[in-house]
Each structure stands twice: as C-alpha cells, then as structure tokens.
Design a protein around this ligand. Sequence first.
Ligand code: SF4
Ligand code: SF4
Length: 381
Amino acid sequence: MFSNTVAVSAQREYDADKIAYIIANHFVSLGIGASLFEGKKVVIKPNLVMKKSPDAAATTHPAMLEGLLKVLNGFGVKPTIAESPGGVYSAARLDGVYRGCGIDKPSEKYGAVLNYDVDAERVDFDGELVKSFNIIKPIADADVIIDICRLKSHSLTTMSAAVKNLFGTVPGIEKFEAHAAYPDYADFNRMLCDLCLMHCTKKSVIAITDAIVCMEGNGPTAGSPKEIGYILTSKNPFASDLLAERIIGFEGKVPSVEISRRRGLCPQSADELEILGDIPQTAENFAQPDTSGGGSVKALTFFSRGKIGRLFMPKPYATSDCRACGECVRSCPKKTITLQNGKARINVSNCIRCFCCQELCPFKAIKIKRNFITRLVGNIK
Ligand code: SF4
Ligand code: SF4
C-alpha cells in the first residue's frame, strides 16, 4: 500500500533556488506531477511549533518553504499554509507565529494563502487506538497535504519528523488534551501513527524533511542546531522517518518508527528502502534529549507504565532562567504548574511527563532531572 521510496539530496545551505531545484527533481523521480495537483486543494503543513527565529532550528526554515512554493508555482498551484502551533489556536497567535518564523514573506511572494480560519472538523477513522480526530479545517478540506517538517530530537517522542509534524493538524489546546488522554508513552505514539495513517488514507500526502540544520538535544524547541545537510522527500511519511532516525543515529530508539515497522507501514530496516539520489551518512554524536538518555523504546515504555514505573520517570523542573511568563502554566494538560514567588513550580505527583512545558517555554527554563535508576538503565538496548 505504501511506497518504500525516499528521494534524498545533500544540501548544506538554506538557498531557496537550490532547494527548489532539489524538490523539483525529487518530485520528478517520485512521479509527482501536475496530475496530482490539478483541480485539488493543496495545503502545506509546516512545523511552526512556536514563534522562533529560523536559526533556532525549531521550525521549518522559510527558504525550504520558498523553494517548495516556487516548485508549486510552476504547476500553477497557490496552496494554503496551515498549522496549529502549540497553545491557543487563534488568528492572533497564528499571525504572530507566521511573522515570527519568517514564513509570511515567501508566502506573499508566491501568492500562498496563510490560514487564519480556526474552525475544526471531526474526522472518523478506524485506527488501531483512535476512532476519530478533530482536525483543523483547511487540513480536513485538503486533497493534498505537503508535510514539510524540520528533523529534530524530541523530549517526549525522541524524534520529531514527518509523522510527528502531523500532530499539528489537531487544533490548539486539544493537543494538550491528547497528552492527557494518552499519558502512556506507547499509546501516545500509537495515536501519532493513527493520525498520520488517517491523513495518508484519506489524502495524498507528500513528506518533505528539512534535515539541512536539525535540532539535537532537548528538542523540539529547547535543543541546539546541528548541521546535517540533507533534504528528504517521500510519498510515505513513515518510510521517510525510518530513514530520518538512521540519519541522526537514533535507529531502534524512536517509538513511532518501531510502531510503523510493527504495523507494516514501512520496511523493517532502512536497508530495505529504495533511496533515490544521495545515500545519507549517519551523523556522529547527535545528542538525544535528556528524557531518553540513550534508552531504548523498551526501557522508556517500561518507565512510562504503572505507578512504580512513573516514580522513576524523568521529572521536569523550572530553573532560575524562569521569567514567570505563565506559558507553561497555560500549556500543562494536568494543570500541575503554578507560579509562586516569581517562578514556575511543578507538582510532579500529578505530572504525566508529556514535556509540553519544556516544549513551549520561550526561555528554555524547563530542564529534566533523571534519577539514578533511569540513568542506569538508560543504555538498555
Ligand atoms: S518555566 Fe518558562 S514558560 Fe514557565 S513560567 Fe517560567 S519562563 Fe514561562
Ligand atoms: S508539568 Fe510539564 S511534563 Fe508534567 S504534565 Fe505538565 S506540561 Fe506535562
């Protein structure tokens, strides 16, 4: 059912013309042509998790978007760009994120429509875990979704790429509710796979992964940029992520990829992929988030289950960099953070370790404390 082909090109700089050339070639080699777009509603889903400079490596780089828009322009396509960032889903927040991430200018240049419609629509799907999702309206209405993500480490899901990026099709604070509904680490990742599979079943999905400069460490927003130097394109987000986990040296450590393997959504190994173009090298010493510490999917899943396991889970805490802005208080699905004496305080007894607080803190003030036991088993394979 799903393609096992991924087009890959080495690319080390954010040059929109060179990126357009690469994406155009990827489309040709993957058989993506005018017929896919003719008379269709085309929606680009970037990764704009929060208002961040492109240099922070947390969001889709504007040059990637410009390159893609240039290619679509050649097909006569004027797409909509739609994203539900972290936090409240409002037109004002969307505007701030579009401008703050620098995607307003390329959109204007190529006549793309920035979405400000904050309606959503429930879509039924017979998933392994989830039977329906509430989806932002432009994505629910789309015929073609172009999922253009930045490759990053991720405190909760270990890696964020094409599959995780589609979690941003769930509106605003309903994402926090999903964290509360699926506190179990494995279930949250099963939900992500169901969501991506739903889109792939109902629409044409093209996954483009920006791995020119990735984020390592405490991604998706509190890590550090790391130059890797690739662009990946595939008609199968699961296959693209299988290769992405190898590129950053996370093979066997990304739960959503493990689930994709088990469910037959991608091959068992990246060796079985058909790679068109450059064969990517695996990066050395790509830092994992503090939450994983090198642990395998098995170890992480064990520690996310049951009362005893949770006792040993890594714990978030606010450092002296906290400026009491209250963003984490508003983002916490368990309402377990309060502001006291000018600083965020986390009551960890009610914490489900979703790490939304770390993801959405604008000042990188949330750190993760791991105890002796989890450090010890961190390297269980
Ligand atoms: S920890 Fe971060 S998000 Fe929370 S109040 Fe402090 S600065 Fe704001
Ligand atoms: S304190 Fe942070 S990690 Fe814990 S439930 Fe709240 S947002 Fe999630």
